[in-house]
Design a protein around this ligand. Structure first.
Ligand code: FPP
Length: 254
């Protein structure tokens, strides 16, 4: 498989330029993909999990360090009960079917969010793959599950209070690095690129803190149709942007 893919001119072009260290993806449009075909919404999520597999493989192959996927938001619990149940089943199936490939490819699987809200039949295989892959160093694949950026920031504030009460945080100003260390994404690099599929141009409570200087790419493609090519095209678009981090263009290294 590898040699044929490596000859893909788009992939070769992407590999020649600096890669985003951390890519976050808002995987939107599964429901519309299914409805357009007269299928139940869950079939869109199922096809979407094939995109998850393909995009993860591609990110790993080109050398992205961290990939964070918004798989289920804290607000998604309010969807119809059968859709929530179907998504939980799909997550369990995904963890079972991808376990081997994750381990064989040096991927470390992690998860962020209010994980205690997940049903046990998801939490157990999730913890099992997290533990089994904990020492892998190839790419960190983080699933945002029952996740909300505002919830995460509130939880970080609580964590800092705990540290202060335990005498592990001196009283006084809290700098950005200290605050970031209390977030669920503690050890991950800042997000360089956020991709959202399906034509919506919202952040929807995803990685609010971490995406402070991210480049955002919004594509019309629905998530079930977002595969290796579309991912590489988004990375290439990112690579052509000038990132200024608050500086002027003239101040940037040539
Ligand atoms: C948003 O599309 C997508 C979700 C709420 C769930 C995302 C889940 C997957 C991609 C599959 C399972 C995940 C993994 C990691 C295996 P939507 O339902 O809001 O689409 P719509 O806006 O067209 O209705």
């Amino acid at each position: 498989m590898a040699p044929a893919v490596e000859r893909d001119p788009l992939e070769m072009e992407v590999r020649e330029r600096p890669l985003p260290a951390h890519v976050g993806i808002i995987m939107d449009g599964n429901g519309r993909w299914a409805e357009e075909r007269g299928l139940p919404r869950l079939e869109g999520h199922r096809e979407g999990s094939n995109s998850v597999r393909e995009v993860t493989r591609t990110a790993r192959r080109i050398g992205v360090q961290a990939l964070t996927l918004y798989a289920f938001s804290a607000q998604n619990w309010s969807r119809p009960a059968d859709e929530v149940a179907g998504l939980m089943d799909l997550l369990r199936e995904y963890l079972a079917s991808e376990r081997q490939e994750i381990l064989e490819n040096g991927i470390r699987l992690d998860a962020i969010g209010e994980l205690e809200r997940l049903p046990r039949f998801v939490r157990e295989p999730l913890d099992s793959v997290r533990e089994a892959s904990a020492r892998n160093r190839g790419m960190v694949l983080t699933l945002a599950l029952s996740y909300g950026g505002q919830e995460e920031i509130a939880a970080a504030a609580e964590e800092l209070v705990r540290r202060a009460r335990a005498g592990r945080l001196p009283p006084g100003p809290i700098d950005v690095e200290t605050f970031a260390s209390a977030l669920w994404t503690g050890g991950l690099p800042p997000v360089d690129l956020v991709i959202r599929t399906s034509g919506e141009t919202r952040v929807s409570n995803f990685l609010l803190w971490q995406s402070a200087y991210a480049e955002f790419i919004f594509v019309d493609t629905l998530w079930p149709e977002f595969r290796a090519r579309q991912f590489l095209e988004a990375v290439l678009e990112y690579q052509k942007r000038e990132r200024r981090f608050g500086l002027t263009s003239a101040q940037l290294p040539k």
